[in-house]
Write a protein that binds this ligand. Structure first.
Ligand code: 3PG
Ligand code: MG
Length: 405
């Protein structure tokens, strides 16, 4: 895989370099265009700055959110362009993706200048399953560059035009963030220091089943919290009240427990919300109680309990390598943040090599003010999990020059 250093060694002065970044930052739900965490923008600046300082003409592209293949102002990258400028990386924002505004912005670029295209997903070709449609869009994008750099680690698991097809059309290079993320995650898949513990949370077993199947034979401990623990608890015969439950997953959970029960660690106590209570709304009433693993009717498990939090903390402390993805409970509600906070604190206090996989768990670390206490926070939630699961991803294969259609 050729890297940014190879491209810089070739020389980029006056060349147009098309950079795929993952600028898919979280936006405030109630305040349009307000970025709540600019970590993904800051994460790609080293690559962009290196190219700028070497005199490249930068054309930066990204998706934001999941618009449906047509322009949608809710998902405009304009606020991201403003934030890049505030962070010391001025960009000209093109109000479209492959239209006249983009062409004009790119023609006006000088050496060391940068343009940001509008959201790639405003065009149906970006995410299309039809290779011809993707290729058509990829050709338009490739026309904007003389070389292509992929630094969008968070999107390398997507077989999208800007990730998978553009590198077929231009000399292609991996950016610094992609290289670093892959190197860290390889430390987990290739002979990790043991004990190796993985902590998984999040709402649904169905989302994580494949990665659980792959990880179980290789980890020493797999700790399960979050909404998905209730389907496992139900598979063991526990009544789970009105907790999250995926009936279709019960057989899989039971099989995993039979095959790997010694490695799978489930909660032994639960923090639950009683009848009449509402999440995110303490004013609605409803009792909060610490329970065992048998929840009465009308009770909803919303966090791991204090005993489990302490046990998970001990297991994180004794591990030499830890990967954590997914909150232990609804940590945005202060009544149910304790389990996630305990895991976050244990990660920070651990002597072992600690990696947090993107998204909600990174947001939790930030909420607790622990953002710089772990060894690596991946910018890709889905991408990091899929890399652990599959060992390779479409965007990485493309950077090596390998395509399977
Ligand atoms: C992410 O947020 O995980 C990446 O930016 C990919 O976004 P997607 O899940 O909408 O493809
Ligand atoms: Mg540490």
């Amino acid at each position: 895989m050729r890297s940014l250093d190879d491209l810089l060694a070739e020389g980029v002065t006056g060349r147009r370099v098309l950079v795929r970044a993952d600028l898919n930052v979280p936006l405030a739900k109630d305040r349009p265009g307000v970025i709540t965490d600019d970590g993904r923008i800051r994460a790609v600046l080293p690559t962009l700055s290196a190219l700028r300082d070497a005199g490249a003409r930068l054309v930066v592209m990204s998706h934001l959110g999941r618009p449906k293949g047509t322009p949608d102002p809710t998902f405009s990258l304009a606020p991201v362009a403003r934030r890049m400028t505030e962070l010391g990386f001025p960009v000209t924002f093109a109000g479209d993706t492959v239209g006249e505004q983009a062409s004009a912005a790119i023609s006006a670029l000088r050496d060391g200048g940068a343009a940001l295209l509008e959201n790639l997903r405003f065009n149906p070709g970006e995410t299309s399953k039809d290779e011809a449609e993707r290729t058509q869009f990829a050709r338009a994008l490739a026309g904007f560059g003389d070389a292509y750099v992929d630094d969008a680690f968070g999107a390398v698991h997507r077989k999208h035009a800007s990730v998978y097809d553009v590198p077929k059309l231009l000399p292609h290079y991996a950016g610094l963030l992609v290289l670093r993320e892959v190197e860290v995650l390889r430390r987990l898949t290739d002979n990790p220091d043991r004990p190796y513990a993985v902590v998984l949370g999040g709402a649904k077993v169905s989302d994580k089943l494949a990665v659980i199947e792959t990880l179980l034979p290789t980890v020493d401990r797999l700790l399960i919290g979050g909404g998905m623990c209730f389907t496992f608890l139900a598979a063991l015969g526990n009544p789970i009240g009105t907790s999250l439950f995926e009936a279709a997953m019960v057989d899989d959970c039971r099989r995993l427990l039979d095959q790997h029960g010694d490695r799978l660690v489930l909660p032994t106590d639960i923090t639950a919300l009683g009848p009449g209570g509402e999440l995110m709304n303490p004013g609605a009433g409803g009792e909060v109680r610490q329970l065992g693993t048998r929840l009465a009717e009308g009770w909803t498990g919303v966090d791991i309990g204090p005993g489990t939090a302490a046990d998970f903390g001990d297991r994180i402390a004794e591990a030499r390598t830890v990967f954590w993805n997914g909150p232990m409970g609804v940590f945005e509600d202060p009544r149910f943040e304790a389990g996630t906070r305990a895991v976050a604190q244990a990660m920070v206090d651990a002597d072992g090599f600690t990696v947090v996989g993107g998204g909600d768990s990174a947001a939790a670390l930030a909420q607790f003010g622990l953002g710089d206490g772990v060894d690596h926070i991946s910018t890709g939630g889905g991408a990091s999990l899929e890399l652990l699961e599959k060992g390779d991803l479409p965007g990485l294969a493309a950077l090596r020059g390998e395509w399977k259609g």
